[in-house]
Design a protein around this ligand. Sequence first.
Ligand code: PEP
Ligand code: MN
Length: 352
Amino acid sequence: MGESFDIRKWFDNRDNLLVISGPCSVESREQLLATAAGLSEIDRVKVLRGGIWKPRTRPDAFEGIGEVGLKWMQEAKQRYGFLTMTEVANPEHVELAMRYGIDILWLGARTVANPFSVQELADCLRGCDIPVFVKNPIAPDLKLWVGAFERLDGAGLKYLGGIHRGFASVDESPYRNEPLWEIPIELLRLRPDIPVITDISHICGCRELLQEVAQKALDMGTIGFMIETHNDPDNALTDAKQQITPESLKKAFKNLTFRKKKVDGDAIVLHNLRKEIDDIDDELLNLLAKRMSVSEKIGDFKKQNKVAVLQMGRWKQILEHHINKGVGLGLDGESVKEIFEIIHKDSIDRQL
Ligand code: PEP
Ligand code: MN
């Protein structure tokens, strides 16, 4: 299986779904080898992940097995032919991971939040051709994520990938980390050279949501997954709630619907629908421009008559009306609200 898998070729072609799986933390030789044995039954899994050094919130928690775990990773690689992957947070981790033949590295969400650490890692990786994946930082800060890639670019690294693992949020949510799909999409727009995969385990935080989020990620066009697996998830030392057995992963794959990247058959149907959308967008833009010119006339009137620009009562009234009308038309109330808030803000700016 994995033996013939060439990760650098994957970076160049991105043709097959890249599946990275393994325990959140490497805990013991038995645990790692049992998990790897289960994963070796799933053709799609080409890379074995295992956390050796764990960034924990509290100091009394399990902080990783350390160097000895790298030996077990090596053993699992020899036995089952996986490529191996681990998280590095400082130059010492990099040195040890390389010494034990780890094939791929990743930078964790907490590390990416700290430019000093990222720069230190970039400096020590200078001149290496090892593939490095960069998780999104904990906070929804796209610039920080992009900045990490730029630091690694600057060190000459050629095989860089992104891992979308969701973002911490203060709002109540079913997810451990809010997916905020628009952020990885924007990263792809800014850096089309960087392949981005989805870490559904850290987005979900629990087993129950994994299937649904995996499907959503595929529907959004993801080209790979990172999924945490453990031979005995309930007793895992870290992230017990979100880990699944390799057997469950095998089943989960069977229940996914894979979409084609491009249409081959009825392309004309899609073409016509897209044309319809383009025409509607055109109309929307014309209407928006028309609305703004009326808004400017109102602004002139207010100036001449010394009337305040922001009329809170009217704004509240029209917003409520638009939301109700939108919902009646089958639109999402929250989205209607956001759209009109943007339009209103632009209107006000023009009147000032
Ligand atoms: C992990 O992959 O186990 C991990 C610690 O992830 P993150 O950096 O995304 O929290
Ligand atoms: Mn984890």
